[in-house]
Design a protein. Structure first.
Length: 231
């Protein structure tokens, strides 16, 4: 996801922080307060994220680059779409090991809950037959995905597996976040296309729209932490 580099909170002063993203370790994230707001926001955001991708899947006008890969995996296995999301996320987490990235509560929850929510959405949402409702599902899914992303990122409880892979490669290679993200998305999309994944106009809309939409929505959903906690 294309987001500007987050501001970093450091130090030990116990005071409300501004609406910026803190660079904290897993334990520090939990100790940073306001869990009564942050935990519900995290989990609602992850559920809505899965719903949004289920909407795009039923719209059948093209999926996000990562979901193109997931749908390609589904074509060659007995996995459901949600199960493919979970398997891919766990595989990405294995790549965190050489990058020395540290998962948080949100990271593990992201890896599992989005896939479960996606499958639940597909079980109750029938595919429409006409173009207009398909377009509505696709565009609505992209907008909802941006909102869901802002919610779970703003809860400040750990990067998602794919986000951590991006930031880890950036940190280890020194290559810009934008270039790392672009290369990852192209690699994932190309692999998905080779596997027969579902790409289309929705893929382009997602690629160009999700970053600006999330960037616009994120500030309103960043939960200020009640204390500045060392990593």
């Amino acid at each position: 996801m294309s987001l500007s580099r987050p501001a970093v909170l450091t130090g030990t002063a116990a005071a409300p922080s501004p609406r910026v993203l803190a660079d904290l370790g897993a334990l520090a994230q939990l100790r940073a307060g306001r869990l009564g707001r942050r935990l519900p926001q995290l989990y609602l955001g992850l559920v809505l994220y899965g719903v949004s991708h289920g909407m795009m899947y039923r719209g059948a006008l093209g999926l996000s680059p990562w979901d193109v890969l997931h749908s390609g995996i589904v074509r060659h296995t007995s996995l459901t779409m949600g199960q493919a999301v979970i398997v891919a996320a766990l595989g990405v987490l294995l790549l965190w090991i050489p990058l020395r990235e540290k998962p948080g509560l949100g990271t593990v929850s992201n890896a599992v809950l989005i896939g479960v929510s996606l499958d639940a959405t597909l079980s109750v949402l029938d595919p429409p037959t006409h173009l207009f409702p398909r377009m509505a599902l696709t565009v609505g899914g992209i907008v909802l995905c941006a909102l869901a992303s802002a919610m779970y990122i703003g809860a400040q409880l750990g990067r998602g597996p794919r986000d951590g892979l991006m930031t880890g490669l950036h940190r280890r290679t020194g290559v810009s976040l934008r270039l790392v993200r672009t290369c990852l998305e192209l690699a994932v999309l190309t692999t998905g296309l080779v596997l027969g994944g579902a790409a289309g106009i929705g893929t382009l809309l997602f690629a160009f729209g999700i970053g600006p939409l999330t960037q616009r929505l994120l500030p309103a959903w960043i939960v200020p932490l009640t204390e500045r906690t060392p990593r």
